[in-house]
Design a binder for this molecule. Structure first.
Ligand code: GLN
Length: 479
């Protein structure tokens, strides 16, 4: 098979080609590895997707159900003996002594680790500009951001530098970059996937998930990620095995469109693509209903109390004693802590630690943290009530198409608004997928489909039917 032909295959198709003998796992690995090495060597002149690329495949002789298709993994997944810095200077030189459960499971399923991907520092960001490794560029237009925080994973898959990739989503970090890069991104139900070995941002929200070229690949990857892990007490066994999706129609499926997330603040071009997607859904037999999520407009405010609160606690461990960076020649312990954290953390991480510490301080705890928790409960109840009337909630994934590098860096609140449509699902712990549904100004637009907890199989089916009807098979020019 020609090199270009190899790169055109989806992960599932590549696995089939390997199983059928028309392609070898080694050939596939090397075809991608070569491109990843080139991007890495180009530094910021390239897309800057990768922080580390494997010398060779550590794949097993038997390719397994994932066929030997190589995997790119967000930097924040611990990988034994391999740099894992979560995009931060403070973890410079850190080589984890163990591997994250999801990465081990995917490896065992037959997806060898090929590369680690660039990300916003500790997964805080919506543009991948908050990385100690420099920004990632969007393959559709290099003057634009790929979204974040899993921007390296999304750009790599969109540009054909990796067949598929692992990301994490706390408030939108799989779905939003998937939307901005024109690929598929799935955030599973909270607890469906083990967080063991994922460098934590906000533990009650963080969840790993696939970034893939199509819905089938997302199902295939997820199938080998889920399940209870004794090392993560919040992980659960999923009630049904993840099936590969097969639906072609949406007959009788009730789709709910929440006014609160589909009006003000969404770019007109994005809304046009969203409405066109709803028409397609109706042609496939779906019913479209208005639905109300009355507390959803408060999701962002609650998230930006809760996530910083959790991060201020999770990031307390980076003090120069145990991991990575340590300030040189400190004159006492406090000086070492302070200079290590001053030099090691970037501006956004420091902002969140301060916000979170403030929100948790005695005297303010009830007013901020307690209140945000109550809003979170209300949001979960809104979804529960909505799912009594409808099967899925549909929204645009992000309020705009990919924006320009530097456009929002000076205005954190404008940056935070990117997550307006994705954060409610994160707070409710429910699964949501973003699939490309069209374009605006020549840039991809994502459609978000969210369902009740553990509805991944139905969600993937609905996403597949829509994906086929959108026939969005545009790809950025190959780099
Ligand atoms: N952009 C959001 C934030 O900065 C979400 C990040 C994420 O999901 N990891 O917190």
């Amino acid at each position: 098979m020609s090199a270009a032909g190899i790169l055109d295959l989806t992960a599932a198709a590549a696995a089939d080609a390997i199983a059928g003998g028309s392609l070898s796992a080694g050939e596939l690995f090397n075809a991608y590895r070569e491109r990843a090495v080139e991007d890495r060597a180009a530094g910021e002149a390239g897309l800057n997707c990768f922080t580390w690329v494997a010398e060779q495949s550590a794949g097993a002789d038997h390719p397994g159900p994932l066929g030997g298709v190589p995997l790119a993994v967000k930097d924040l997944f611990c990988t034994e003996g391999i740099p894992s810095q979560a995009g931060s200077r403070i973890l410079e030189g850190y080589l984890p002594p163990y591997t994250a459960t999801v990465v081990s499971r995917l490896h065992a399923g037959g997806a060898p680790l090929m590369a680690k991907t660039n990300q916003d520092e500790f997964a805080m960001g919506s543009s991948n500009e908050n990385s100690a490794f420099g920004p990632v560029r969007n393959p559709w237009d290099r003057t634009r951001v790929p979204g974040g925080s899993s921007g390296g994973s999304a750009a790599a898959v969109a540009a054909g530098l990796a067949p598929w990739a692992l990301g994490t989503d706390t408030g939108g970090s799989i779905r939003q970059p998937a939307a901005l890069c024109g690929i598929v991104g799935l955030k599973p139900t909270y607890g469906a996937v083990s967080r063991y070995g994922m460098i934590a941002f906000a533990s009650s929200l963080d969840q790993a998930g696939p970034l893939t070229r199509d819905v089938t690949d997302a199902g295939l990857m997820l199938r080998h990620m889920v399940g209870r892990d004794p090392c993560d007490a919040t992980s659960l066994s999923v009630p049904h095995e993840i099936e590969l999706p097969s639906a072609e129609r949406l007959d009788g499926v009730r789709l709910g469109v929440p006014q609160e997330l589909t009006g003000e603040g969404i770019e007109p071009g994005v809304l046009d693509a969203f409405h066109a997607a709803l028409e397609r859904a109706q042609e496939l037999g779906a019913e479209v209903h208005d639905v109300h999520l009355p507390h959803a407009p408060h999701a962002l405010s609650a998230y930006y109390v809760l996530a910083p609160a959790e991060c201020s606690s999770n990031l307390a461990r980076y003090d120069g004693v145990r991991y990575g960076l340590r300030a040189s020649d400190p004159h006492d312990l406090l000086d070492m802590y302070m200079r290590t954290r001053h030099d090691g953390f970037g501006a956004e991480v420091k902002r969140r630690i301060m916000l979170g510490t403030y929100a948790l301080s005695s005297g303010y705890y009830d007013a901020y943290y307690g209140r945000a928790q109550r809003v979170r409960t209300k949001i979960a109840e809104d979804f529960r009530a909505a799912f009594e009337q409808i099967d899925f909630v549909l929204t645009p994934t992000a309020p705009s198409v990919a924006f320009r590098l530097g456009e929002k860096t000076a205005d954190p609140l404008a940056m935070y608004l990117n997550d307006y449509c994705t954060v409610p699902m994160s707070l409710a712990g429910i699964p949501a997928i973003s699939i490309p549904c069209g374009s605006s100004e020549g840039l991809p637009v994502g459609l978000q489909i969210a369902g009740p907890a553990f509805s991944e199989n139905r969600l993937l089916d609905a996403a597949l039917a829509l994906e086929q009807s959108f026939a969005f098979d545009a790809r950025p020019a190959r780099v």
